[in-house]
Structures are given as structure tokens and as C-alpha cells.
Write a protein that binds this ligand. Structure first.
Ligand SMILES: [Fe+2]
Ligand SMILES: [Fe+2]
Length: 263
């Protein structure tokens, strides 16, 4: 993506200068995703409904007016026991970047659970919350996947800033173009990246980065159906439905389902 378009996306050079490193990186990923989505299905229904910042516009309360509770009529109604596929259909969207990452992982011969990791690696950016997306995404899916999958998603957020040319991951050229050569991420990125580098699952998180930066091709079409079998084998939908199984992330799924509850 060229710099002019990126500056327009963030609201100008002044707005970009006011961002910290993580915000810049997240903005770049969003801008690249949005550019891609001019041809493909884009933002989740959840994000579309609330605008770029997902905020709820509150005017002064009219006497007698009730707070909203339950299903938001602007969103497609979820079933009583929603599955991951239903969330893809009704909230997350069949996001091209996620699908292309998973496709690339498959082409590169990664094991099935890692193809799933690539399919879900930015699930938080797309369907839940942008900031610290590796950490939120990891928590969201942890109860339903192998621990290695959620671990890898957590640490891809840090490792994308830390090159490892020996395994085929130079510092992304796009980051230099967009953020300048002197950009330095927050210290916790390096602390967590260093931890990840010495972990037995290091290459799993690294593989997400490797299959991530090249996955913004608007000319490649990928269908979620291509991954139904892998989801079936490596994702465990709870019997009660996502959001209702009392797991540590059930509330996060409920928030995606009913994002405007006044609870
Ligand atoms: Fe990411
Ligand atoms: Fe990504």
C-alpha cells in the first residue's frame, strides 16, 4: 500500500505522528485489510454496526427511555447455541486476510492445527477488538483449541516486529516504509518476543508471522468452506454454544453476539 493512501486512512501525518508504535502497526494492518476488502468481504457485522471505533453513540437520556438489552436489531440474530462457523457467518465475516493466511499455511505444508492458527490469528482484530489483538485473540479461542494454537496466536503479535532471517522472516519492509526506520515498538513487545523465542513453540508463532505478511493479495479468492474439515478436526465447539459454556472466554463471545447490552 502506498504511503499517501495510508496517511489518508489514519487522518494525515499529524495523526500518524501522535500514535505510539503499536497503534501504527495496527493501523497499517487495518489499512491493508481495508484496501483488500474493496474487492472482498471485509469488516465484521459487529464493527460495521458501530463504525471504526465500535463506540456506541449516547445522547442525553430521554425521560422514560430504557437502556438497550438483548439482541441488537442491526445485527443478524444468532442461534441459541452458536458455533464458530456461525460467528464467521454473522459476526466475524469471511475475512480475506484470515482466509489467505490459512491458504498460504496449507500451501507451505504446515500441520492442520497450524493452518487453523493462521485462520484465526487476527480473529480479534476482525471480530472483537483491535488493540493487543494477539492477546485477546488467544484468550478468545483458548478453551476450544490445542494450547499450542492459542499460544502461537498470542505471541505472533510480538514476533512480527522481531526479525529472524534464519527462518525466513526479515523485518517487514512495509513497516519501514510506513513507520520510518527509527520506529521502536514498546518494551513489552521485546520482553514477550524474547520469551517466545526461547519457547518450544517458537516456530509455531513464527509461522503465523511468515504466513501473515504475504497474505494481502486481492487477486486470490479463498472460501471458508475449504477449511471446514480442519475446523471440524481441530476446533471444539461447546455443546452449550459459544458464549454459554461458562468458559474463561464465554463473556467475550457473548459480547460479539450482543455487543450493546447494558450489563
Ligand atoms: Fe496479527
Ligand atoms: Fe495478520
Amino acid at each position: 500500500m502506498d504511503r499517501r493512501k495510508f496517511l489518508a486512512f489514519v487522518g494525515g501525518a499529524g495523526a500518524l505522528a501522535a500514535m505510539d508504535g503499536n497503534q501504527k502497526a495496527d493501523a497499517l494492518e487495518m489499512a491493508m485489510g481495508q484496501e483488500l476488502e474493496t474487492k472482498r468481504i471485509g469488516k465484521s457485522a459487529y464493527c460495521r454496526a458501530y463504525g471504526a471505533d465500535n463506540s456506541w453513540e449516547r445522547g442525553p437520556r430521554i425521560p422514560g427511555q430504557l437502556s438497550h438489552m438483548g439482541h441488537d436489531p442491526r445485527l443478524e440474530k444468532m442461534s441459541k447455541k452458536p458455533t464458530l462457523l456461525e460467528y464467521f457467518d454473522k459476526r466475524i465475516g469471511h475475512n480475506s486476510h484470515l482466509l489467505q493466511s490459512a491458504r498460504l499455511a496449507k500451501i507451505n505444508g504446515l500441520p492442520e492445527h497450524m493452518v487453523l492458527a493462521c485462520l484465526l490469528h487476527d480473529i480479534s482484530v476482525v471480530g472483537y477488538i483491535n488493540s493487543d489483538h494477539g492477546y485477546y485473540g488467544s484468550q478468545l479461542i483458548a478453551p476450544y483449541v490445542d494450547e499450542e494454537v492459542s499460544w502461537a496466536i498470542k505471541y505472533h503479535q510480538s514476533l512480527r516486529f522481531i526479525p529472524d532471517e534464519d527462518v525466513g522472516y526479515p523485518y517487514p519492509e512495509a513497516y519501514i516504509r510506513m513507520f520510518g526506520e527509527d520506529y521502536v515498538p514498546e518494551p513489552y513487545i521485546f520482553t514477550d518476543g524474547e520469551y517466545a523465542r526461547n519457547h518450544k513453540w517458537y516456530m509455531s508463532a513464527r509461522q503465523i508471522c511468515i504466513n501473515d505478511v504475504y497474505s494481502f493479495d486481492p487477486n486470490v479468492e479463498v472460501n471458508l468452506e475449504d477449511f471446514h474439515d480442519i475446523i471440524g478436526r481441530h476446533w471444539r465447539d461447546p455443546e452449550e454454544g459459544l458464549g454459554f459454556d461458562n468458559s474463561p472466554s464465554a463473556h467475550m463471545w457473548r459480547t460479539m453476539s450482543m455487543p450493546n447490552n447494558s450489563l
